[in-house]
Design a protein. Structure first.
Length: 335
C-alpha cells in the first residue's frame, strides 16, 4: 500500500481518533496452503496417496467507509471561521492503507464554503486547532486494517448569508495507492499490481461513494438574565436585610432573537450552598405561560429542583425568535 495525504486543496480540520472495528478478513500477504489425500484398499491393506501442496498469497483488499458522526445539520453563523463537521474514516480492508479525503461541494445549494484545514483528533472529541495535529492530505497517515479515524472537516462561512441558507459538503476517502497509480476514482475490482502490503496486489473493493453533511445558517440567539427582585429578612418590620433565614426572590428572563426557532431550550440554575429553594422539593417555581406555579418535585411538569445538587431545571421547549421573553421566578432561603 501507499499512503495518501488529504484532499486536493486545503480542507477543514479533520480530527482523527483511532478505534477498532470488525475484522476485515485474512491479512494481506498471508499464504494459504492445502493438500488433498486419497486412501484405498489394495487387498493387502490401506494405501494412502497425497497430492502436491497448493498455495496462494492473499492480496490486499482496499476499502474505506466514511460515516457522518454529527446527529443532524451543522448550525452556523454568517460569517464564521472553523465551522466543523465530524466524520469517521474506517479501513475495512485487510491491509494498512492511507486514504485521501476528498471534499466536493454541491452546485445547486445556497452558498459555497472556503475549505479550511484538517486535524487529527487527540481523543477528546473537541476540535482545538491550536492543539490537534494538522492532517497533511499530501501524505495521509496509514490506517491499520480494522481501525478507524475520527476526523473533523472545518470550513470558513462567508458573510451576508440569510437564515436557513444551506451548503452541502460531500466527503469520501480514496486510497493513496490508487491515486499514486493514476486511478483517482477506481471501480470495484481495479488493481494496482504490487501496490498492496507484503508484495501483494492492491484490489479495490467497491466504487468510491461519498457521505453528505450540511451547514445551515441559523441566525438565532438565546440570552438569559438573572436578577434579584426582593429580599425579606422576616424579622417583622418589613426589613430587607440579607441575613440567615431571609428569603431572596429571583427572576430569570430568557429572550430569543434573530430569525427561526430555538428548539429544546432548557434552563438550569445551580444554587450556591448558602441558598436553598424555599420549601425544597415541596416548593414551587413560577414560569410564564403557565396559569399556576409549577411544582419543584421532579417528573410531574416542566420544572424541577434537585435537592442533592441544589439545582433548579426548567424545560422551556421551543421558542420562536421575537416571542415574548419567558420568565422564571422562585424564592430561596439564605442558610
Amino acid at each position: 500500500m501507499r499512503r495518501l495525504k488529504i484532499i486536493g486543496g486545503v480542507i477543514g480540520g479533520l480530527l482523527f481518533a483511532m478505534s477498532q472495528a470488525q475484522a476485515a478478513g485474512t491479512s494481506a500477504g498471508a499464504t494459504i496452503s492445502n493438500q488433498a489425500t486419497v486412501s484405498y484398499d489394495a487387498g493387502a491393506g490401506t494405501v494412502t496417496a497425497s497430492s502436491g501442496t497448493v498455495s496462494f498469497k492473499v492480496q490486499e483488499l482496499v476499502k474505506a467507509t466514511v460515516a457522518k458522526l454529527d446527529a443532524g445539520n451543522i448550525n452556523i453563523s454568517s460569517p464564521q471561521t472553523n465551522a466543523a463537521m465530524k466524520f469517521r474514516i474506517q479501513n475495512d480492508g485487510n491491509g494498512s492503507e492511507g486514504f485521501k479525503i476528498v471534499v466536493t461541494q454541491d452546485s445547486g445549494d445556497d452558498f459555497d464554503v472556503t475549505l479550511g484545514s484538517i486535524y487529527i483528533d487527540d481523543g477528546d472529541g473537541i476540535l482545538d486547532t491550536a492543539v490537534d495535529t494538522l492532517y497533511d492530505n499530501a501524505n495521509p497517515p496509514a490506517i491499520a486494517a480494522d481501525a478507524s479515524l475520527v476526523i473533523w472537516v472545518t470550513s470558513n462561512i462567508p458573510a451576508g448569508l440569510s437564515d436557513s441558507d444551506a451548503a452541502n459538503l460531500n466527503i469520501s476517502g480514496v486510497s493513496q495507492t490508487f491515486i499514486a497509480d493514476g486511478q483517482s476514482n477506481p471501480v470495484a475490482g481495479a488493481v494496482v499490481t504490487g501496490g498492496g502490503d507484503n508484495g501483494t496486489d492492491a484490489v479495490n473493493a467497491v466504487a468510491i461513494t461519498s457521505v453528505t453533511s450540511t451547514y445551515v445558517v441559523s441566525d438565532i440567539d438565546v440570552a438569559i438574565t438573572k436578577a434579584i427582585t426582593a429580599t425579606r429578612d422576616n424579622l417583622g418590620a418589613g426589613g430587607n436585610q440579607a441575613i440567615p433565614g431571609a428569603e431572596v426572590d429571583y427572576l430569570l428572563t430568557v429572550t430569543v432573537t434573530g430569525t427561526g426557532t430555538a428548539t429544546g431550550i432548557v434552563v438550569t440554575d445551580p444554587l450556591p450552598s448558602e441558598l436553598l429553594l424555599k420549601n425544597g422539593i415541596s416548593g414551587s417555581i413560577s414560569v410564564s405561560g403557565y396559569p399556576n406555579p409549577l411544582t419543584a418535585a421532579s417528573g410531574d411538569d416542566d420544572a424541577s429542583y434537585d435537592a442533592n445538587t441544589n439545582t433548579i431545571t426548567v424545560n422551556l421547549g421551543n421558542i420562536s425568535a421575537g416571542s415574548t421573553p419567558k420568565t422564571i421566578e422562585f424564592t430561596t432561603v439564605i442558610q
